[in-house]
Ligand binder design. Structure first.
Ligand SMILES: C[S@@+](CC[C@H](N)C(=O)[O-])C[C@H]1O[C@@H](n2cnc3c(N)ncnc32)[C@H](O)[C@@H]1O
Length: 283
């Protein structure tokens, strides 16, 4: 099941953020990935269909299916997907831990930026493995929020990020799930397990890319603001700091402006990609 509080919230802003995020991070997410050229692919937690669009662009012959628990996101996908590379995708509402598909029905099963939001990632992976064919590929790309940092450290951004992670953990999610993927796959008996770190990193050589990534990170941090502001109403969390959430938010924005103006400020945020085969793997 999903963690109780989806930290990014729902609504038009989050739907647009997901769609844009997929495009901005695609060079990192899809670099060197052995995507299938044909067959069927299921994305578990497909949101607004943004990753299906990215896959569809790269693998036009693949039959795409996406499931998501959120009708809001699936309805938003109806606005984005037509006309996109994912226009032929089948989109269904379903819980990742109870997929409405027969055993061994897909060639590839994929999660991306999804397992951090559930309280039992192993149950999601187990269900993904159930619907994979014996020669199928499981592909998960997930965050490891412990790797996020600015160099030199920008204290308001770092403090906000830490709060963001605490809030997500308290809601039942796991912002550090990326570094656990290998262990999860091993425990489930998967074969040919491989993990790889994917870097969202600053570069002084490409100022445009640096600006794009900074704008993306700022939006990502801001996407937790509403939920943290709501939390402030109910908890005494504001007492932990002399500043209110609004005050901290203003400092975070100032530090992002500082980072945008100073190319010597570096940043790094690593994701982890798992690829593996099901326990009953056979070619
Ligand atoms: C951060 S979004 C990522 C969406 C998409 N993978 C992307 O990268 O654009 C996470 C998605 O997982 C979905 N989700 C969370 N828990 C789920 C569950 N138990 N079953 C199905 N979908 C779930 C949420 O509704 C949300 O759309």
């Amino acid at each position: 099941m999903t963690a109780s509080g989806y930290i990014h919230g729902f609504g038009a802003q989050e739907e647009r953020r997901l769609w844009e995020q997929a495009g901005i991070l695609a060079p990192v997410v899809f670099a060197g990935l052995p995507l299938p050229l044909r067959g069927s692919l299921l994305e578990i937690g497909c949101g607004v269909g943004a990753q299906l669009d990215q896959v569809g662009t790269r693998c036009p012959q693949v039959q795409l299916t996406g499931i998501d628990l959120s009708l809001t996101n699936l309805n938003a996908a109806q606005g984005f997907v037509p006309g996109s590379a994912a226009s032929a995708a089948r989109l269904l509402q379903a819980d990742a831990t109870a997929l409405p598909f027969r055993d061994q029905s897909f060639d590839t099963a994929m999660t991306i930026w999804m397992l951090e939001h559930v309280n039992d990632p192993s149950a999601v992976l187990q269900e993904a493995l159930r619907v994979l064919r014996p020669d199928g590929l499981l592909l998960c790309t997930e965050v490891d929020n412990a790797t996020f940092r600015f160099l030199p450290e920008l204290p308001a951004i770092q403090g906000w990020w830490d709060l963001f992670c605490v809030q997500q953990s308290e809601g039942g999610g796991d912002p550090f799930v990326g570094r656990k993927l290998r262990g999860l796959a091993q425990d489930l008996g998967c074969q040919e397990i491989s993990t790889q770190e994917l870097g969202i990193v600053s570069t002084e050589l490409n100022p445009e890319r640096r600006s794009e990534l900074l704008a993306y990170l700022e939006e990502l941090l801001m996407s937790g603001a509403e939920s943290l502001l709501a939390e402030q109403q109910t908890a005494a969390r504001g007492a932990e700091s002399p500043l209110s959430v609004e005050g901290r938010l203003a400092q975070v924005r100032n530090e992002f402006a500082q980072a945008k103006a100073d190319p010597s400020i570096g940043f790094e945020y690593l994701a982890v990609r798992l690829t593996c085969r099901p326990p009953n793997y056979s070619l």
